[in-house]
Ligand binder design. Structure first.
Ligand code: SAH
Length: 357
């Protein structure tokens, strides 16, 4: 099959690889996603029907509303601090936070207590967030580290799946790391690096393919420092699993709702990988944090009252009832998003258990 012509970013990476040699997959992924001039998340508004993928908050308002109730509950778990940093990592179009804050208005005092902090790199998405969240006076940051200290509530939906991922394979022994280099046609292609002297960290003995998000340990360290200095809890929702139990290939590129080759459409396709919830939980526990979950998204949303909220919305909007039911089904049914997506909560030690987990 003929390949699409290389994008301007691909041409730049081709020149760089021609000069320096092949690059690790996570390094390629970081450039393809976050290059300041031409990376996927630097340039486009990727979400929604006109974009490349649709996320849970864009499927149904019920998702964000239940997150709002969860946040209000978590605020109470922290002892109702009069000031709390409400932090979202990768807020997309701001839809989840807008729905959450509308629902959380029912919790007396919460609206006065929170200061909204959004961690977002993409200027186009920052503009959409500003449009939806202006009444809540958000402050933007490039990293979690930049958010001021204090008690905090953190939410992240489909954020961790963007973390640049290393990939390793073996056919027998030894292991090799997957790299991006140049094919005979001069275009970008994946290949194998030199033989490794030891297996990649975390890979189960019988695995033939192993993936790991290179930046996850650093992210958890930063989170742990914050949650040790002041009470807080963080909710991560993403697609993934305990990868040690099911190792396999999950790095994928999505362009206009279709899967494409990882090395094609560079900077124009979203690159993601399954989140390793097993490793996430282990790293957080090692850092001294409490971990609840992972639960499936379906179980989590049902425990928070998804069906009751769906029924109320259907009764209030009879002409939309079928669409409301269909959207909520998409979120919670195990054959749809309900089982593939998982929810994990990480907390400062000794807080009450979080809602829904
Ligand atoms: N949470 C939203 C958007 C998911 S897409 C939703 O559910 O609809 C991923 C989001 O994370 C985008 O907003 C993207 O720009 C942001 N993002 C990804 N990696 C990031 C990083 N390292 N730093 C800051 N934002 C990032």
């Amino acid at each position: 099959m003929s390949r699409p012509p290389p994008t301007p970013l691909a041409r730049r990476l081709m020149a760089q690889i021609g000069h320096d040699g092949p690059m690790r997959l996570d390094v390629f992924m970081a450039q393809a996603l976050f290059d300041r001039a031409e990376g996927y998340y630097a340039t486009r508004a990727p979400l929604g029907r006109a974009g490349d993928f649709v996320t849970a908050p864009e499927v149904s308002q019920v998702f964000g509303e239940l997150i709002g109730l969860w946040l209000a509950h978590a605020w109470a778990d922290l002892g109702l601090p009069p000031r709390v940093n409400l932090i979202e990592l990768g807020p997309g179009r701001g839809t989840m936070m807008a729905d959450a804050l509308r629902a959380a208005r029912r919790a007396p005092g919460f609206s006065e207590a929170f200061a909204l902090h959004l961690v977002e790199l993409n200027p186009a998405l920052r503009a959409e967030q500003a449009a939806r969240l202006a009444p809540h006076a958000p402050v933007w940051h490039e990293t979690l580290e930049a958010v001021p200290p204090g008690p905090c509530l953190i939410v992240a939906n489909e954020f961790l799946d963007c973390l640049p991922t290393r990939q390793f394979v073996r056919m027998g022994e030894p292991w090799h790391e997957v790299e991006v280099g140049l094919g005979a046609d001069g275009l970008l292609r994946t290949g194998l690096g030199p033989a490794m002297t030891a297996p990649p960290e975390g890979a189960p003995p019988d695995a033939h393919l192993w993936e790991s998000a290179a930046a996850l340990p650093g992210l958890i360290e930063g989170l742990a420092a914050r949650l040790e200095a002041a009470p807080g809890r963080a909710l991560f929702i993403d697609y993934g699993d305990d990868l040690a139990a099911r190792p396999g290939h999950s790095v994928q590129a999505l362009h206009r709702h279709a899967k494409v080759e990882i090395c094609d459409h560079v900077g124009e396709a979203d690159l993601t990988a399954h989140v390793d919830f097993g490793r996430l939980g282990t790293l957080a526990r090692k850092a001294g944090l409490d971990v609840h979950g992972p639960a499936t998204q379906g179980d989590f949303l049902r425990a928070l009252g998804a069906q009751a909220r769906r029924d109320a919305l259907m009764a209030a909007n009879p002409d939309q009832a079928a669409a409301v039911a269909e959207a909520v089904d998409r979120l919670i049914h195990p054959d749809r998003m309900g089982a593939l997506f998982k929810v994990l909560c990480v907390s400062s030690p000794n807080l009450p258990p979080p809602a829904g987990l």
